[in-house]
Design a protein around this ligand. Structure first.
Ligand SMILES: COC(=O)COc1cccc(COC(=O)c2cn[nH]c2)c1
Length: 238
């Protein structure tokens, strides 16, 4: 998988060399390249933003630098790459979306700042490649970089070969649509708190049954809307 990131803070992504993805990069499984948007400006101040048409507070990111930056990555014709733009106005980022991104051969992330990127950038590239506006949650960040980091980690770890033991990817929250069960390890008693006896029983069937019950109970309490039989508009009981 190739990942390109366009941002005014390219060094923000240096940390990707350290984390889980560091190994994936060394082994060539995931090829991450960052691009400084300011490299695609031509004025002395390397301007990437300007005042919004129609007035209003804040600044909007100019389309020209984005056009030059994105063309330098996907060329000036149709592309099979997927352009991902983190924005509060996007579709919710879920484990399912993470799996969809993990299946892509080439991802291009556009990190917006200020009040956003001139809409014509999205409109222009939608005419030659797939574009997905994705929201990490209902809150506003100062820029897309943090959101892109989260998406790269969530999708990258699903790329075959990145995580040592693929088994560990299966029993995770949201993988089967439910929240994950509570986990325990040694010691059997810690500050007077015991591990649930069923987990020490060695009876795998009962352990699996208990874990499933825990998943359903925890999901019902914290995220009832995730339950398969949840009526519309269900609110958490916790
Ligand atoms: C067309 O898209 C754009 O213009 C994107 O522009 C911006 C502007 C400011 C901040 C961001 C970063 O995304 C979020 O804040 C975000 C994502 N998920 N939840 C919050 C993006």
């Amino acid at each position: 998988m190739r990942i390109d990131i366009v941002t005014i803070f390219p060094s923000f992504f240096d940390v990707l060399d350290l984390s889980l993805l560091g190994k994936a990069r060394q082994t060539g499984l995931i090829d991450v390249r960052t691009h400084d948007l300011r490299e695609f400006t031509h004025d002395r101040h390397r301007t990437v933003d300007d005042t919004p048409y129609g007035g209003g507070a804040g600044m909007v990111m100019k389309p020209e630098p984005w056009g030059e930056a994105l063309d330098s990555i996907v060329g000036d014709a149709a592309s099979d790459a997927l352009l991902v733009v983190p924005t509060p106005a996007g579709e919710p980022f879920t484990q399912r979306v993470a799996r969809e991104l993990a299946a892509e051969e080439h991802l291009v992330f556009a990190c917006g700042r200020y009040e956003g990127i001139d809409q014509r950038v999205v409109d222009h590239y939608a005419g030659r490649m797939r574009v997905r506006l994705i929201s990490l949650g209902d809150y506003v960040l100062n820029g897309g970089e943090v959101a892109v980091m989260a998406m790269i980690e969530a999708a990258g770890r699903l790329v075959p070969g990145v995580v040592g033991n693929p088994e560990s990817l299966v029993e995770e929250s949201h993988e089967d649509g439910l929240l994950e069960y509570p986990s325990y390890t040694k010691p059997a008693v810690w500050r007077g708190l015991e591990v649930p006896p069923v987990l020490l029983s060695g009876h795998h069937g009962r352990v699996a049954e208990w874990r499933r019950e825990q998943q359903v109970e925890r999901t019902r309490r914290v995220r009832p809307e995730l339950l398969p039989d949840a009526p519309e508009g269900t609110e958490p009981t916790a």
